[in-house]
Design a protein around this ligand. Sequence first.
Ligand code: FMN
Length: 330
Amino acid sequence: MDTSTSYLGLRLPHPFMAGASPMGYSLDAIKRLDDAGCAAIVLHSLFEEQISLATEGRVAHVDPGDPEMSGRVSEYPRPADYKYGPDGYANHIVKVKQAVRIPVIASLNGHTGEAWLKFARIIEQAGADALEFNYYDVVTGVKVLSTAIEDNVVNAVTNLTRAIAIPVAVKMTPYYTAFGHLAAALDRAGARGLVLFNRFYQSNVDTDAMELVPQVELSTSSELPLRLHWLALLHRQVRASLAASGGVVTPDDGVKALLAGADAVQLVSALLRHGPGYVATMRQGLERWLDRYHTDSVTAMIGRASFHAHPDPASFERAHYIRTLQSWMG
Ligand SMILES: Cc1cc2nc3c(=O)[nH]c(=O)nc-3n(C[C@H](O)[C@H](O)[C@H](O)COP(=O)(O)O)c2cc1C
């Protein structure tokens, strides 16, 4: 039984890796993930705002020391609030690479294609095997065209893939007008992988304070179907490899993501809940599935439930939508 897979051109012994999270902060935690059999690790993100402050003295184009402007950026964390500054992040990569055998994927998190992206070269020199670009932009203006929003993402990814030679994966939200078109454009822009999806940290309303409050909760399997849908649609439509991120919390979820079309599966909530040893549980669940369905390799199962061979996915989607509504008998 061959559980190996290929992601970003990296050969992995199985598809389950640790996604970006505070698990990447400490060498000890990373070594535990390695010892537990994680196929790779994505480090926590270094943010555009940290880099632009360190290199240009600005956050979101504003000098935080300017008394007239500081109110605009006062909500951002101060440099001391981050676990690592840009140089510390690069040093951390060097140490992590010395400490573990598995591929180490660094993470940059930003929303422009500006000069800060040059820092990717330092990440590459520090020895990262690949870079995940978490493009996180919440467009709040009501006059911005969807084409302009999507062009910005593609330009940023083009700048990044031109700057470095290690593979770049793009992690994004699904909330674009034409996500499939954007995914194909990112493929052409040189992205070697797409991570579906970034979680969008929606605000909630505090009914006592009568204001919006940010919330972070660990995910459940209910977040998976959106990922499955786009994995199934993009499988073999793009050259980039696909990783599932979000809502893979049981071994069955992992099998579903692979059948839909994921080449690799990122875990965060499951590992934070159950600890690094849960990777073995995921892997055993996968092996049980392969055995039960007499499938001798993960490669043979990837995309089996995708739309690849389907003659008309749009019609399939529409027909099943109508059938699902009709089947509700009350
Ligand atoms: C506490 C916490 C911190 C996270 N930090 C990052 C981060 O630094 N960069 C990033 O791209 N994603 C980050 N994420 C998002 C995860 O990588 C992942 O996309 C998300 O949790 C969905 O996967 P899951 O369902 O396996 O948790 C974080 C998630 C959590 C819960």
